[in-house]
Design a binder for this molecule. Structure first.
Ligand code: COA
Length: 262
């Protein structure tokens, strides 16, 4: 499949998705969001893909938000704006529910829809020069691609309120401090540091990874007792996998496991 506004490549178990509009700070217009949705579908369906890394082209931006010019055209009334938010949310949900770990490698500005895109990933790495924030209220709007909900769940309601109400840009260090960014690196080390994380994940049992992700994701919307019941259920299912036998045998035999994802 060929894309206009994104790059998509699969190598060694990793799907790499790059938003590719560097002259527009990789801003998300309708076509870009559509193509992202297609790429997420492709990565989900491809059994050779075990991890997805999402980043932005160029040295300045991950994604500097929704395309503001297009936003004014398409979301100039309640009906248009509601449809636009629902469409973006449906695509970002595909990313969140890919069933495989996804990492946003935040290489510069991640603002508005760009920050929301990163929040829909399982994990986030960032370079020390990255700037993150939800500046929508500066434009008289609010986050529309799930950011108000995901930020509150990832970093807590206090942080979500601060980011939404001030519209400030936050440093990667601050985003790391409040738990939005999992790991930070110098710009030169961002790629290598992210790859290290990818490598660690690739060495784990794929079914266990899927169960672990689903537990946290589904547990968000449950009370603790229900979440623990779900954990028990998955724990039981994991015990029936070949991967569990392989993982434990490999430990006892002092060798690396060779997981099959079954
Ligand atoms: N939508 C559309 N175009 C955008 C954009 C966006 N969200 N963000 C940046 N661009 C465009 C600029 O209009 C400019 O285009 P031009 O060269 O045709 O004029 C180009 O990208 C470069 O941006 P510029 O503002 O000149 O770069 P900068 O280094 O001075 O500032 C930012 C970078 C990210 C701080 C600034 O572009 C910005 O504030 N962007 C909007 C962020 C935002 O509010 N996002 C939330 C949207 S809901």
């Amino acid at each position: 499949m060929s894309y206009e506004n994104i790059l998509y490549a699969v190598e060694n178990g990793v799907a790499r998705v790059t938003v590719n509009r560097p002259d527009k700070m990789n801003a998300l217009n309708h076509l870009t969001i559509t193509e992202l949705g297609e790429a997420f579908d492709a990565a989900k369906a491809d059994d050779s893909v075990r991890v997805l890394v999402l980043t932005g082209s160029g040295a300045k931006a991950f994604v500097a938000g929704a395309d503001i010019g297009e936003l004014l055209e398409q979301a100039g009334n309640a009906k248009g704006a509601t449809a636009l938010a629902a469409f973006g949310q449906s695509v970002f949900r595909k990313l969140e529910q890919l069933g495989k770990p996804t990492i946003a490698m935040v290489n510069g500005f991640a603002l508005g829809g760009g920050c929301e895109l990163a929040l829909a990933c399982t994990l986030r790495t960032a370079s020390t020069n990255a700037k993150l924030g939800l500046p929508e209220t500066s434009l008289g709007i609010i986050p529309g691609y799930g950011g108000s909900q995901r930020l509150a769940r990832i970093a807590g309601p206090g942080v979500a309120r601060e980011w939404i109400l001030t519209g400030d840009m936050f440093s990667a260090e601050e985003a790391h401090r409040v738990g939005v960014i999992n790991r930070i690196f110098s710009p030169e080390e961002l790629e290598e540091g992210t790859q290290k994380m990818v490598k660690a994940i690739l060495a784990k049992g794929p079914v266990a990874l899927r169960f672990g992700m689903e537990l946290v994701l589904r547990g968000w919307d449950m009370d603790q007792t229900a979440g623990e019941a779900l954990e028990t259920e998955y724990f039981g299912q994991a015990a029936e996998t070949e991967d569990m036998r392989e993982g434990m045998s490999a430990f006892l035999e002092k060798r690396r496991p060779e997981f099959k994802g079954k």
